[in-house]
Each structure stands twice: as C-alpha cells, then as structure tokens.
Design a protein around this ligand. Structure first.
Ligand SMILES: Cc1cc2nc3c(=O)[nH]c(=O)nc-3n(C[C@H](O)[C@H](O)[C@H](O)COP(=O)(O)O)c2cc1C
Length: 335
C-alpha cells in the first residue's frame, strides 16, 4: 500500500500536477513505455492500458501493474468490465499495488467488449454505470474516475445526464473523448460540446480527442476551459510529446525534441528493456514502436523495413548502432 498518499475522492487535485495526461492505450502504455514517457513528463498522470477485471484476479493482469509502486510519478489503472464485484475487487488490488487512481472504461467501442456490457455499452446502461462507480468508490480510498465518449449512437442522448449521475455517484474526474461510440475515430472530436459539458460539472473534466501538438493542446484548453488534456495517438512513436506539450502549456521555452541519433538511442533502450522484461517476445512489441519512431529521416524507410523483418533482437540492435555511427561520422564531416 502506498502509505504516504492515502487519498480520498477529493485527492484528485493533488494528482493533477500537470494539465497534460497520457491516454490509456491498449498494447502501448505498458510499464516500459510509461517509464520512457516519464523522462519528459515527470509530473503528468499516465494511464495503464485497459485491464480486464478478471484478468487482475487471475494473475495475468497482475503483470500489467506489478511494478506500479516503483514508478516515479502518478499512474492511474484503467479497468474495463461491467460486473460490480469483479471491478471493485480488481480496484482494491490495483490500489494495493500502488495505483494513484482507478479509472473505469466507459468508452471502448470494441464490439467484443461492448457486447458483454463493458466499455461504451455502459453509456446505455446508466443505472449499472452509476452502480459501478458507487461500488468502486466504496471499495477504495484513492479517487475513482471515468473515461467515456459523447454518446452511444449520436450526440442527442443527453450525455450531461450520465456525467452528472457519475459525479453524484462519487466520480472524482471525467475524461471525455469528443466523439460518440458510433463515430469510432471518424470525424472531428467535438471540443465545443466538451466545453459545454465542462460548465455543468463540479469535478474536473479532461478533454480528449485530436490533440496532436502543443498548439492543439493550448487551443483545446482555451476552447473547453477543461482541467486538462489527454493525449492518445500523438504519443505513438513520439514519447517526448507529452513533455513537449507540458512545456508549452506552462509557457516554458526551450523544449528540445530528440534528434535522429537520440531517437535511435531511445529505440535501443526501449528494445533492451522489453527484451529484459519479456524475453524474445519483446522484439514483437518493439517492432511497432520502432516503425512509429523511424519516420521522416534519411534512411528511415529502409531501416524500418529491415527491422520489421528481422527475428533477432541482437541483429536489430547492431543495425541501429551502425546507423548511429554513420550519423556521427557524417556530423564530424559536416562540422
Ligand atoms: C491503439 C489505441 C489503444 C487504445 N486503448 C484504449 C484503452 O485501453 N482505454 C481507453 O479508454 N481508450 C483507449 N483508446 C482511446 C484513446 O485513449 C483516446 O481516447 C483516443 O485515441 C482519442 O484520443 P487521441 O485523438 O488523442 O488519439 C485507444 C486508442 C488507440 C489508438
């Protein structure tokens, strides 16, 4: 148990030290990726991938939160499920492991999850959504938050009613992705509607959707007056992005995006950590990060093609090291 920060529901304001947060991203925001993001964003609240309540009990999910206490800043554990007992038990377990808050997923549009009544299906089953929040709030001492969307099929479903009911049930913060479940990722995130809903709530509302860079974040904060912004897809391949946005929001000058050499060194570090933690399987996970990061520089396409084909992590490292050496040599010639 994280004894020094026993928080009640109101403790959320002590957790939001930065106005920029990392979205829960399935298959991406594991402990190793969070450690890398944290280098540039020490104060930000970072979320785990969504974790099924039962998998926590069975031990598989445990792997996903096993070293939470060692992390150097606030982490929220996101749980998806619609069974009251399973979710509240999972929440207690995450609290024991060192979670700063529990987030309940009420926005995931994936059919397999929504069909079983979890994720975005809770937008329709409001009674159950409220009951879930109440039960989890009773079970843990850390804040309980919700991440959801603007509606199930359309924006005329009075989402305000759901948000107010979640607030009354004890939710400490709500993150709103500015699209409906039906939209998936199509169309544009509706920041106007997020702003209107923000005005109806007393708890902090976090705006999410289509925030790709510092100016998007600043514009979104101005337009919505939200307590913060949450960044999803823009972090893929750019783990420094949260820090870059944090600097801009705080109006601190001089953020330096890593140069190509530094990006390649970051890839090696990420790969090494993944191999240490997950053995050979680590290379499979590293591949997608490598292909997201290896973009927009000379030789990137070739490097990406080769790296994605290789089944040997030592070979991958060798090639990246060779590329770093070549870059250093070119630099020496030019200076
Ligand atoms: C690869 C991927 C995985 C995601 N996984 C989750 C998840 O586990 N839980 C969740 O609430 N949302 C998840 N989302 C949705 C994002 O958290 C976020 O709400 C959405 O991408 C919109 O923000 P963006 O425009 O900044 O990407 C995921 C999105 C992507 C692209």
């Amino acid at each position: 148990m994280r004894s020094n920060i026993k928080l009640n529901g109101k403790g959320i304001t002590r957790i939001i030290k930065s106005k920029v947060m990392l979205s829960p991203l399935a298959g991406v925001t594991d402990n190793i990726f969070r450690k890398i993001v944290r280098k540039w964003a020490p104060d930000s609240l970072l979320f785990t991938e969504m974790i099924n309540a039962s998998s926590l009990k069975q031990g598989f999910g445990n792997m996903k939160i096993k070293q939470l206490e060692l992390e150097k800043g606030p982490v929220g554990v996101q749980i998806f499920d619609n069974r009251l007992f399973a979710v509240s038990e999972a929440a207690k377990q995450a609290e024991d492991y060192g979670a700063y808050l529990i987030d309940i997923n009420m926005g995931c549009p994936v059919k397999k999850i929504a069909k079983k009544g979890g994720g975005s299906a809770l937008i329709k089953d409001r009674k159950l959504a409220v009951e879930l929040v109440k039960r989890v709030v009773e079970s843990v001492q850390i804040p309980v938050t919700v991440k959801t969307r603007l509606g199930w099929d359309n924006k005329e479903e009075n989402i305000e009613d759901l948000l107010l009911r979640l607030q009354n049930a004890g939710a400490s913060m709500i993150t709103l992705h500015g699209r409906t479940r039906k939209q998936g990722f199509s169309g544009k995130a509706d920041w106007d509607m997020i702003g209107q809903l923000k005005d109806k709530l007393e708890i902090p509302l976090i705006a999410n959707g289509d925030i790709k860079n510092p100016s998007d974040a600043i514009n979104c904060l101005k337009q919505t007056n939200a307590a913060g912004v949450m960044i999803g897809r823009a972090i893929l391949g750019s783990p420094w992005k949260l820090g870059e946005i944090d600097y801009a929001i705080k109006d601190i000058k001089g953020f330096k995006e890593p140069n190509i050499e530094e990006k390649l060194m970051l890839i090696i570090e990420h790969l090494e950590e993944l191999i240490k933690d997950k053995g050979d399987h680590g290379l499979l996970i590293a591949r997608k990060h490598i292909s997201w990061t290896c973009k927009n520089f000379q030789g990137a396409t070739k490097l990406r093609e080769y790296l994605v084909r290789s089944n040997d992590h030592r070979e991958v490292k060798e090639l990246i090291n060779l590329m770093i050496k070549t870059l250093k040599k070119e630099e020496r010639i030019l200076t």
